[in-house]
Design a protein around this ligand. Structure first.
Ligand SMILES: Cc1cc2nc3c(=O)[nH]c(=O)nc-3n(C[C@H](O)[C@H](O)[C@H](O)COP(=O)(O)OP(=O)(O)OC[C@H]3O[C@@H](n4cnc5c(N)ncnc54)[C@H](O)[C@@H]3O)c2cc1C
Length: 266
């Protein structure tokens, strides 16, 4: 099975929110200095699902990222986990694209790669959290689309995709090629292997520009964005500590429950 996995480079989500600075002018969230960006954790799950499919049915995994030339590290991460190939899509005209621009660029690169059975995305990017790029790629390429896959089985030019809902599961059958986003519950992604790390370090990752994938600069970037980020701000938390005074644990529990009800906790 030939798979393409879209992975985004994001600021490390393990860094506490208070350590991030917001640049109001460029509308960017700036991580503390010296903390390198990482592969979007949701996309590592998509990669893990692709790797399970490769383990079961064989085939090839290509990793695709759109960003700066420095995004090469997330492609190499994918290769060190077991993917075969990867490309970085980078061009000044891609900067500040919205979800439609991002999907347009990724879809153009997917068409250039060609010969694919399955395209996988994470359920969302952990920085902007819009969760829509996968579905727009599907629309651009006229592919069937399934969101939040937990498991996939292949059978006769079709895929059986199990997806999670809030209270259960659904199983869909789709013809290939198809576009699927992957849910978090897939579980921990595998760690890179030693040989994978060496292979990734040696691999030259091609960087494709707008011209390389036939993207018209007028259709991407800030100028083509259908909405504009007007303001970014941090949610402010006010903390207050109150000690419950009581003679016995029972009394303390009752008073605590009353207090919680008073402040609307339940
Ligand atoms: C400086 C700056 C300015 C911005 N200005 C605007 C603006 O004016 N208007 C606006 O709408 N948005 C703007 N954005 C938001 C940005 O365009 C979003 O990143 C984009 O809309 C995609 O949304 P998302 O990152 O939430 O991806 P999601 O839709 O949450 O991503 C879902 C999945 O798609 C794939 N994917 C997403 N992005 C990539 C990628 N780059 N490479 C590979 N795979 C990917 C991944 O598999 C991911 O899990 C701006 C961002 C920046 C940094």
């Amino acid at each position: 099975m030939n798979m393409i996995v879209c992975v985004k480079q994001v600021p490390d989500p393990e860094v506490p929110p208070a350590k991030f600075r917001i640049d109001a002018k460029t509308k960017q969230v700036m991580p503390p200095e010296g903390i390198p960006p990482v592969i979007n954790p949701f996309d590592e799950r998509a990669l893990e699902l692709a790797l399970r499919l490769k383990d079961a049915y064989g085939g090839k995994i290509t990793v695709l990222t759109m960003g700066s030339a420095k995004s090469e590290s997330v492609v190499k991460r994918g290769i060190s986990m077991g993917a075969d190939d990867g490309f970085v899509l980078s061009d000044p005209s891609f900067q500040d694209s919205d979800s439609f621009g991002t999907a347009h660029i990724l879809a153009a690169a997917i068409q250039k790669i060609g010969n694919y059975d399955l395209i996988l995305c994470g359920r969302q990017a952990s920085d902007w959290d819009e969760g829509v790029v996968g579905s727009i790629i599907a629309e651009n390429l006229s592919l069937p689309f399934i969101a939040l896959a937990l498991a996939i089985e292949a059978a006769d030019k079709a895929l059986k995709v199990k997806r999670v809902t809030t209270d259960g599961y659904q199983v869909f059958s789709v013809p290939v090629p198809a576009m699927v986003t992957v849910c978090w519950d897939v579980g921990r992604p595998r760690l890179p292997s030693g040989s994978g790390v060496i292979m990734a370090a040696r691999k030259k990752i091609p960087v494709w520009s707008a011209a390389d994938i036939g993207v018209d600069a007028g259709q991407v970037g800030k100028g083509a964005a259908r909405k504009e980020a007007a303001e970014l701000s941090r949610r402010e938390w006010a903390r207050k500590c109150e000690i419950i005074q009581a003679e016995t644990p029972d009394e303390a529990g009752t008073k605590l429950a009353e207090k919680l009800r008073e402040v609307g906790a339940f």
